[in-house]
Design a protein around this ligand. Structure first.
Ligand code: SAM
Length: 391
């Protein structure tokens, strides 16, 4: 293909609306997105690189501000003018024009004409309630720790942190508490954290679509036995999913987390039980203990405590389901690598490769029985059983 042909393909892609065929074919859309993203980065000049990196935090700040004044929601509802938006948001027109002009240059909105704007796919995405919470969580809880990584490392040495009380988080927020203590004692934005944890995988592949939970739970159980415990289950969305998928499930479904998290959660068919996972597990002998995005929050030493507490409470036929990312040996996706750095900065934690998972399980008295990968980027269910078990 000649340079001119390449140019016309890219220009057409940039100018035209995304075709319905591409929109309805997620695999092709993703391939195109990744290819265009890589191509853009390959084309970048040194000046463009420094501009992109230096002003990156502005995107997050403007995204949050637009949600604060419902700018994105107003524009998603209908195209509008600077003055009409000033009237509906309460912001000054001159201030708003500058925000909108920046947003248009990032395709967060589209500039139709002078002082005339309409929504893009990005405007609408920013206004989705779960994404709005993600933006607040990133801006208020995470951004300072990320930016503190160099200062922290210069002082602490350039190695993996291993203690959640000594990570960029403390430097960024000027605190001695770790993330969960800090959020739980009224700092930062706990509500945004909790609501984003619930929403962050909306639209992403769901483990229950690929993993056959019914092979591990007794759907017809007539006993009081607990069939499913979501350990550190947050707002209970996975318990909710289990109950919705298996309405016939008779056994108990239990949601565990810290008291402030469970305070406002009420899901029909799900029992709430306050449980600190660093303490012995109070619900013993359950069929399935499920941990989603828990172990990636902690360094190995704490993960071992969490896992050993579960092993001690497991009966002969119980299993542990670990719902986490598994890093490939090479070519990890940007979603996974940015999550890994987030875990490092916020909690001294990490995403893990297959070998790292196996080592952690073995150190905790467990072994991997099965691995079911349910997303392209590596979301997986690791089925683990006590090491002493024969299968
Ligand atoms: C990253 S969130 C994951 C929540 C949920 N499993 C999910 O997938 O959305 C980590 C959860 O661990 C909980 N947590 C933190 N420390 C805990 C502890 N010591 N005992 C029990 N839960 C804890 C938090 O309150 C939070 O709900």
């Amino acid at each position: 293909m000649s340079d001119n042909e390449i140019l016309s393909v890219f220009e057409k892609l940039a100018a035209d609306p995304v075709s319905d065929d591409i929109k309805s074919d997620e695999a092709t859309r993703k391939r195109l997105y990744e290819a265009a993203r890589t191509a853009m980065l390959k084309l970048e000049s040194p000046w463009e690189t420094v501009q992109r990196l230096s002003y990156l935090p502005q995107q997050l700040a403007v995204a949050q501000l637009g949600n604060q004044i419902k700018l994105w929601a107003h524009l998603t509802a209908q195209p509008s003018t600077t003055h009409a938006l000033a009237a509906s948001t309460g912001a000054d027109a001159s201030f708003l024009r500058r925000i909108l002009r920046y947003a248009a240059s990032q395709r967060m909105v589209e500039e139709v004409d002078e002082d005339s704007w309409r929504a893009t796919n990005i405007t609408a995405s920013m206004a989705v309630p779960g994404n709005e919470q993600g933006i607040i969580h990133a801006a208020e809880n995470c951004a300072r720790p990320y930016l503190a990584l160099p200062a922290y490392s210069q002082n602490a040495g350039y190695h993996d942190p291993s203690d959640s009380f000594h990570v960029p988080f403390q430097v960024g927020h000027g605190t001695k508490q770790n993330l969960f203590q800090w959020l739980g004692s009224g700092h930062g934005n706990f509500e945004a954290f909790n609501r984003y944890m619930r929403a962050q995988r909306l639209g992403a592949p769901v483990w229950l679509d690929k993993f056959r939970l019914e092979e591990y739970c007794d759907l017809d159980s007539k006993t009081e036995r607990c069939e499913f415990v979501d350990v550190g289950g947050g707002q209970g969305h996975q318990c909710e999913g289990v109950v919705a998928k298996f309405p016939q499930l008779k056994g108990r479904v239990i949601l565990q987390d810290l008291a402030p998290v469970l305070a406002k959660v009420l899901i029909p068919g799900v029992e709430n039980k306050v449980q600190d996972f660093f303490q012995p597990q109070a619900v013993t002998g359950a069929k399935v203990y499920y941990l989603r995005m828990i172990l990636h929050d902690w360094p190995n030493a704490q993960c071992e405590v969490i896992l050993k507490n579960l092993v001690a409470g497991m009966s002969k036929d119980g299993v542990l389901l670990i719902d986490e990312l598994v890093l490939p040996r090479t070519g990890a996706h940007w979603y996974v690598t940015q999550m890994d750095i987030a875990m490092m900065c916020m909690l001294s934690a990490r995403e893990r490769s297959l070998g790292e998972w196996e080592a952690l399980l073995s150190a905790s008295g467990l072994k991997m029985n099965k691995l079911v990968k349910y997303s392209e980027v590596g979301d997986s269910i690791i089925v683990a059983v006590p090491e002493s078990r024969s299968v």
